[in-house]
Design a protein around this ligand. Structure first.
Ligand code: GAR
Length: 202
């Protein structure tokens, strides 16, 4: 049976779209079982529905972290999700959530971690003055952008870059490596040693 992905997002959903394109093209051997947003206005929800992918909003307003996460986890379990992909999901997960999906939650972050965790990573990189930045797909643990790294891609920072132009260059790499990382995890061709994710040959 095909593995099931659950996508969590809060906004635009371009990473979700890139994953959905690869699923549709048969490049990711899985199906997207559900898209969940914490924000009703997230464009990603609309994009999912247009593609015929089940998409729901579970609003987070007014709920404490674990109460909210219990609602999300219940929905993911109901849909029998094997792998949870955070795609611009702007919330920190509770330890409860992480325990329910051990090494089964991925996140994409727009910097070369451990540099520039948290919000506005592209702005942080530009303001710090680094010459190279990029993006990271990692397993989610209880810290902020701190779990074991699966893949990274680097991009140059150019003299005339703005947050927008840099973000765009990084985003192209995000769209590429997120699907690659999902395939690695689905294939099981890796082992974890401490913080290191060792990719295994065929
Ligand atoms: C992406 O750049 C992603 O890396 C970032 O939000 C954007 C979402 O775009 N995520 C984070 O900063 C998480 N800390 P998208 O909605 O178009 O995929």
């Amino acid at each position: 049976m095909k593995k099931k992905l659950g996508i969590l997002l809060s906004g635009r959903g371009s990473n979700f779209e890139a994953i959905a394109d690869n699923v549709a093209a048969g490049k990711i051997p899985a199906e997207i079982a559900i898209v969940i947003s914490n924000r009703p206005e997230a464009r990603g929800l609309e994009v999912a529905r247009q593609r015929g992918i089940p998409a729901i909003c579970i609003p987070s307003k007014g709920l404490d972290r674990e109460t909210y996460d219990r609602l999300v986890v219940a929905e993911l379990k109901k849909r029998e999700v094997d792998l949870v992909c955070l795609a611009g999901f702007m919330r920190i997960l509770s330890p409860y959530f992480i325990r329910e999906f051990p090494y089964r939650i991925l996140n994409i972050h727009p910097s070369l971690l451990p540099a520039f965790p948290g919000l506005e990573a592209q702005r942080q990189a530009l303001e710090y003055g680094v010459k190279i930045t990029g993006c990271t797909v990692h397993f989610v643990d209880e810290g902020v952008d701190s779990g074991p790294i699966i893949l990274q891609a680097a991009v140059p920072v150019l003299n005339n870059d703005t947050v927008e132009t840099l973000s765009e260059r990084i985003l192209r790499e995000e769209h590429r490596i997120y699907s690659e990382a999902i395939n690695i995890v689905l294939s099981g061709k890796y082992r974890i040693e401490g913080r290191r994710v060792i990719l295994l040959e065929d």
